[in-house]
Every structure is written in structure tokens, then in C-alpha cells.
Design a protein around this ligand. Structure first.
Ligand code: FMN
Length: 268
């Protein structure tokens, strides 16, 4: 694109160019190239990178991670104890939704998918969340038990990745948690055919109102299509951001026969 044509199209800067000779001072040319994110193709020729290549260039967004470090002497033998320490720090730091984790599943055809769920409790046996047993994730977990969780606590410049095998919790365990939920959340579980198309929000709200009327002051029973899953970890990785991208990473791996955890440092 000729620079002059570009200037004419952009009225704000056109006034610099509409003199009799159309000769642009070099300073203005440089300013336009810098401010309008143009690529200089030679004398007087420019190309608008973001328009022509449709690129949203974020390459200059960066920061150094300086908040802490993780060394072997800091590490607990048991990664779940290590997780507890980091999780408590995340809570003390007031990280919003520190219990939020991304759950990745893989379909029978090998397509991965992911979504956020909330961690409800954990111990040495695993990490538990609750959801709809007819949802996309539930179908995929039935087809493939291998899942991955990731917690990202950016205020602490940390992430924790849990890879493991998933299984449904018992009906009694699901019922216990269901009863602890607010009544509205219990009813919402009934009216949402999670992951399936719904004709409108109005339709969803209508179903919710009907449910409220039907239940009245009574108790909400647990839906048969709703409950918990436990992710039993086989690998847990702790990542702490460091200066100059030389981050700290420690991967714990569980020995399948002995159940004993070992850990090793990974290159960032
Ligand atoms: C902060 C946050 C927390 C969420 N917590 C849950 C949860 O605990 N359980 C759940 O089923 N969906 C939760 N969701 C919604 C899921 O991300 C997702 O939309 C839903 O489970 C359907 O996923 P699927 O279609 O892949 O099965 C949460 C979403 C966000 C953003």
C-alpha cells in the first residue's frame, strides 16, 4: 500500500500528506510505521501487518517471575502434603477461586477437551469434584480414565499439574456432598442437562421455576445423573516461576506397585 493512500484513508493523519508535493517528512513516516503497526516494505511502501496478516501480536506482553523459588530442601516427601502447603498459601493470598482447576479429558477418538471445575476436597486418595454424569466430560471419562488437572495460581507465580486415573465416588459420598449444597444449587443440578443444547435461557429459567414450585419447602433429592469423581494421582508436578524463564519444576511420580512417591527436578 502506498503511504499516501494509507494517509488519505485515515483522515486523522491525512492532513500531513495532502500538500502539493505529497512528500512525507521522514520523521512522520517513521512515526506512522511505529504507531500504526505497519511494516516498511521499502521507500514509501508500507503494509499493515495486523490487517493483512490478521495477527494479534502479543509478543511484547511479558513479565519476570520473581516471587519465590522451590528447591529440593523445600519439598515434602509426599506430594499431597506439598500440595496442602501451596494450597493454604493460595488461600491466604486471597487468590480468587483458588479451588478452581482445569480438568482435561480425552474422548474415545483421541480429542482432548478441558473445562474448569471446583475442587471440593482432597486427601491421599485423590482430588474430588462434582458434576453431571451425562455431561461431555463424564462421557469422556467413561471412555478414558486418564485425566489431567491443573491449578494456576498466578498471584503466587505457581502451577500444579495432577495426572491420574479418575473414578466415580460412591453414591453415599455424592449424596453427602449434595446435601451440603444450597437448595438453589441442588435444584439447578436437576434442571440442567449439562453439555446438551438448550433452546433458550428462558426455557432453563422456566424449568427452574417449575422445580421450585414442585419442591416448595421439601427436600431436594439427589439426581441419579449427578455426583462426584475422584482423580487418583500418579504424577504431580509443582512449578514455581523464576527470573529469566529459569523456573523451578519438580515432578513426583508414584510407583505403581509400591505406591511410594519419588521426585525429580525437571528443566523449565
Ligand atoms: C470457576 C468455574 C467453576 C466451575 N465449577 C464447576 C464444577 O464444579 N462442576 C461442573 O460440572 N462444572 C463447573 N463449571 C462449568 C464447567 O467449566 C463446564 O462448563 C461444565 O462442567 C460443562 O463441561 P463439559 O461440557 O465439558 O462436560 C465451572 C466453571 C467455572 C468457570
Amino acid at each position: 500500500m502506498r503511504l499516501l493512500t494509507y494517509a488519505k484513508k485515515n483522515k486523522k493523519i491525512a492532513k500531513f500528506f495532502l500538500g502539493s508535493e505529497h512528500r512525507e517528512p521522514l520523521g512522520i513516516f517513521t512515526w506512522i510505521v511505529a504507531n500504526y503497526r505497519l511494516e516498511c516494505l521499502g521507500r514509501g511502501h508500507v503494509k499493515n501487518r495486523s490487517i493483512e496478516e490478521n495477527v494479534v501480536d502479543l509478543s511484547q506482553f511479558r513479565r519476570d517471575y520473581l516471587k519465590g523459588g522451590l528447591s529440593r530442601s523445600d519439598l515434602e516427601k509426599d506430594p499431597v502434603v506439598q500440595f496442602s502447603q501451596w494450597f493454604e498459601q493460595a488461600q491466604k493470598t486471597d487468590i480468587p477461586d483458588s479451588t478452581a482447576m482445569t480438568l482435561a479429558t480425552v474422548s474415545a477418538k483421541g480429542w482432548p477437551s478441558q473445562r474448569t471445575v471446583l475442587l471440593k476436597y482432597y486427601d491421599g486418595d485423590g482430588f474430588v469434584f462434582f458434576t453431571n454424569y451425562s455431561s461431555r466430560k463424564a462421557i469422556e471419562m467413561k471412555e478414558n480414565q486418564h485425566v489431567s488437572l491443573i491449578f494456576v495460581w498466578l498471584d503466587l507465580e505457581r502451577q500444579v499439574i495432577v495426572n491420574g486415573l479418575v473414578e466415580k465416588v460412591s453414591a453415599a459420598e455424592s449424596a453427602k456432598y449434595f446435601m451440603s449444597r444450597p437448595k438453589e444449587s441442588q435444584m439447578a443440578a436437576w434442571v440442567s442437562s449439562q453439555s446438551h443444547p438448550v433452546s433458550s435461557r428462558q426455557m432453563l429459567m422456566q424449568k427452574f421455576q417449575e422445580m421450585k414450585t414442585k419442591i416448595g419447602e421439601g427436600k431436594v433429592p439427589i439426581p441419579s445423573f449427578w455426583g462426584g469423581y475422584r482423580v487418583q494421582p500418579v504424577e504431580i508436578e509443582f512449578w514455581q516461576g523464576r527470573k529469566n524463564r529459569l523456573h523451578d519444576r519438580f515432578l513426583y511420580t508414584k510407583n505403581a506397585s509400591s505406591g511410594i512417591w519419588s521426585s525429580e527436578r525437571l528443566a523449565p
